[in-house]
Design a protein around this ligand. Structure first.
Ligand SMILES: NC(=O)c1ccc[n+]([C@@H]2O[C@H](COP(=O)([O-])OP(=O)(O)OC[C@H]3O[C@@H](n4cnc5c(N)ncnc54)[C@H](OP(=O)(O)O)[C@@H]3O)[C@@H](O)[C@H]2O)c1
Length: 286
């Protein structure tokens, strides 16, 4: 039996430890004339997380992890509806609440509809993970206009669409996280446009964190290293993958769950003071 089964507060997104921490420091803050303003209120319908690109990979692992942490979750796909439905089924089988919604993040109207679906189903949005992404790779000499435009449309404009909607709709005390990448530091050949699209996330979150000041919303970018998903493995030979693995300090790729765990940490109440940052979650490769 999990902690959530024992603890109804964990199910509603409020851990016993968080409450105890707040209770312990409240008198001291009151003496200073301060309020315990960072305590996350739990909305009547519970806290709600929306994860773009969560039919598979890091997004799916994040959706499942946040559901286990007590969030109602909105799962999103672009084409793989069956996979999105399977993520929802898995969450529901474990006693969680979730819906799935097809929406192309590159289309602003579809992103608005996605947030609308979250509000209709669960009453609001508290956590947004802008995770949907693509990674066409080619050298500068070989990259086509179409591939360049695609990575910018999904990773830059798409994430902008999601962050703009989040800025408008996330409830106070929320969390907004955009997926960056450690490739912004590694800068390997063939990764130019993709790395640039991920560097945009670092700027987006830093500016948005300031724009949302005063609402107790933290906004961060999470920059994984090499993660075992098709985004990383597709188009690479086993030998090439082994070559990458050799360069990792722990001798393995990250699993999507490793990244989901860090995202969950940023969503926790205790993490709220971390804002406007890019967090590198790469096992030390950079
Ligand atoms: N894997 C890595 O090594 C790594 C490292 C650093 C950063 N990242 C970042 O982490 C994020 C997730 O990567 P991943 O490895 O989990 O990728 P993945 O396994 O390829 O999954 C991509 C997800 O994004 C969705 N998606 C793609 N285009 C979309 C669009 N236009 N609108 C809505 N959803 C869309 C896909 O939906 P469908 O299933 O419907 O296609 C899928 O759910 C990306 O932003 C990536 O840049 C990954």
């Amino acid at each position: 039996m999990s902690e959530q089964d024992h603890n109804p507060m964990a199910k509603s997104g409020v851990s016993r430890r968080n409450l105890l921490t707040v209770a312990a420091i409240a008198p001291a803050l009151a003496t200073l004339g301060a309020t315990v303003a960072s305590a996350q209120p739990v909305p009547p319908g519970g806290r709600v997380a929306l994860v773009t690109g969560s039919s598979r990979g890091i997004g799916a692992a994040t959706a499942k992890r946040l559901a286990r942490d007590g969030y109602a979750v909105v799962v999103n796909c672009r084409v793989n509806r069956d996979l999105a439905a399977a993520v929802v089924a898995e969450i529901e089988a474990e006693g969680g609440r979730a819906i799935w919604e097809q929406a192309d993040v590159a289309e602003a109207a579809e992103v608005a509809r996605l947030f609308g679906a979250a509000e209709s189903a669960f009453g609001g949005v508290d956590v947004v993970v802008s995770n949907a992404g693509v990674m066409p790779l080619a050298s500068f000499a070989d990259m086509s206009d179409e591939a360049f435009d695609h990575v910018m449309a999904v990773n830059v404009k798409g994430s902008f669409n999601v962050l703009r909607e989040a800025a408008r709709r996330v409830r106070d005390h929320g969390r907004i996280i955009a997926l960056s990448s450690s490739i912004t530091q590694l800068r390997s050949p063939t990764y130019g446009p993709y790395a640039a699209s991920k560097a945009a996330q670092d700027i987006f979150v830093n500016v948005l964190a300031k724009e949302l000041a005063g609402r107790m919303i933290s906004v961060n970018a999470l920059a994984p290293g090499l993660v075992n998903t098709t985004l990383f493995t597709d188009g690479k030979t086993p030998e090439q993958i082994a070559g990458f693995v050799q360069r990792t300090p722990h001798g393995r790729l990250a699993e999507p769950g490793d990244i989901a765990d860090v995202i969950a940490g940023l969503c926790a109440e205790d993490g709220w003071w971390v804002s406007g940052q890019t967090i590198f979650a790469n096992g030390g490769i950079v």
